[in-house]
Design a protein around this ligand. Structure first.
Ligand SMILES: *Cc1c(COP(=O)(O)O)cnc(C)c1O
Length: 378
């Protein structure tokens, strides 16, 4: 059996090595390392894949979120409504811009921001909602977009974990996650579902003016070279990463299928277990399983994790401390937020290896050991 890893990017690479190597070597030969055709072609391919009008590549997913907030004109003192049950990047960028993150609780089943709680948290200072499609499952966008419309708020989707997910509205229309709000942000961090061989990110929008602004901000605020109209930053996807991503984008659908198949195997093994809840699959979207995350009931999670580690099975807690309880947010009154579902989930989640290269032998080994420990402890 191949050694177990949370993510196996090496095996994945070896399957498409010739294509990737050729593409990367061509960039080296061209010496066009920043910008240029390869980056533009990838942006066009991703826009076509998403069915979105504009894709602006940038340096990473964190920058994508920051640039989105800058492009929407959010200012110090404004408020954005976000989940606390997320990766820190979602909310860190708000704090960096002196925008106040207003943390709200998540839905117990989907782990994504709860629209009912959003509505309660709106104040005259609220400017935007930042839903996160956590672990690959889409937030309840129909309800979120409705709230945003009624209260005249922007929606910035954090799509770092869910690229390729399809969300269905009740009228039957289907959209990719990251293309429903005013701006969608994603990450190409190597372990993400569409991973580069280094850092990368992208911003999606259908709004021409916003796209122009995003492009300017990501490029030192320049409208034309050496003419800087607004304060911006330097955030670029380099050509080698774009070359890798252009190749891998062709395989994204297959990668999603592989993740969903692996999730199905785990589901079948853990379904109906009294001490384990398997990931909920909301019928309104196609979960793309960036993570496969179980909830444990009455099981010593650290002891399970330790036991698995001894058997060579990695596991992770995403995330051990929710954002509102991070020291970083003391100044924003982080821990004064009352988020019982977030706290409840934080104590119970555990993520198992999930990637495109898992085989059944590996998964059976993981399942057997999880069940052995859990059945012994209940
Ligand atoms: C990975 C991730 C980000 C940040 O992306 P980077 O490319 O690492 O900067 C933001 N939000 C979420 C939910 C993520 O998982």
């Amino acid at each position: 059996m191949r050694p177990l890893q949370m993510v196996d990017t090496k095996t994945q690479y070896h399957k498409i090595k010739d294509q990737v190597d050729t593409a990367v070597l061509a960039v080296m030969e061209s010496s066009q390392f920043i910008g240029g055709k390869v980056v533009n072609d990838f942006a066009a391919s991703l826009a076509a894949y998403h069915g979105s009008k504009h894709v602006i590549p940038c340096a990473n997913g964190t920058d994508a979120l920051q640039i989105a907030m800058m492009a929407l004109g959010l200012e110090p003192g404004d408020e954005v409504i976000t989940p606390s049950f997320t990766y820190i990047a979602t909310v860190e960028v708000a704090a960096l811009l002196r925008i106040r993150p207003v943390f709200v609780d998540v839905d117990k089943q989907t782990f994504c921001i709860d629209p009912v709680e959003i509505e309660k948290a709106i104040t005259p200072k609220t400017k935007a909602i930042v839903p996160v499609h956590l672990y690959g499952q889409a937030a309840n966008m129909e309800a979120i977009l409705d709230i945003a419309r009624r209260h005249n708020l922007y929606v910035i989707e954090d799509n770092a974990q869910a690229i390729g997910n399809d969300y269905s509205f009740s009228d039957g229309s289907v959209k990719k996650t990251g293309t429903m709000g005013h701006i969608g942000c994603t990450s190409f961090y190597p372990s993400k579902n569409l991973g580069a061989f280094g850092d990368g990110g992208a911003i999606c929008t259908d709004d021409d003016q916003l796209a122009e602004k995003i492009r300017m901000i990501a490029s030192h605020g320049q409208s034309k070279r050496y003419y800087h109209d607004v304060v911006g930053c330097n955030s670029r996807l380099d050509a080698m990463q774009a070359a890798v991503l252009q190749v891998k984008l062709q395989y994204l659908e297959g990668y999603i299928q592989a993740r969903r198949k692996a999730a199905g195997f785990y589901d079948a093994a853990f379904n109906n277990h009294p001490a384990i809840s398997i990931p909920f699959r909301h019928p309104n979207n196609r979960h793309v399983f960036h993570q496969y995350t179980l909830l444990l009931h009455g099981v010593d999670r650290d002891a399970l994790s330790q036991y698995l580690a001894e058997k060579g099975i990695p596991s992770m807690i995403y995330y051990p401390v929710p954002a509102h309880r991070q020291k970083m947010f003391d100044a924003f009154g982080g821990s004064s937020f009352h988020l019982p579902v977030t706290d409840w989930l934080t104590e119970r989640v555990i993520s198992l290896p999930m990637h495109t290269e898992l085989d059944e032998e590996q998964q059976q080994f993981i399942v057997d050991h999880v069940l052995e420990f859990v059945n012994r402890s209940i």
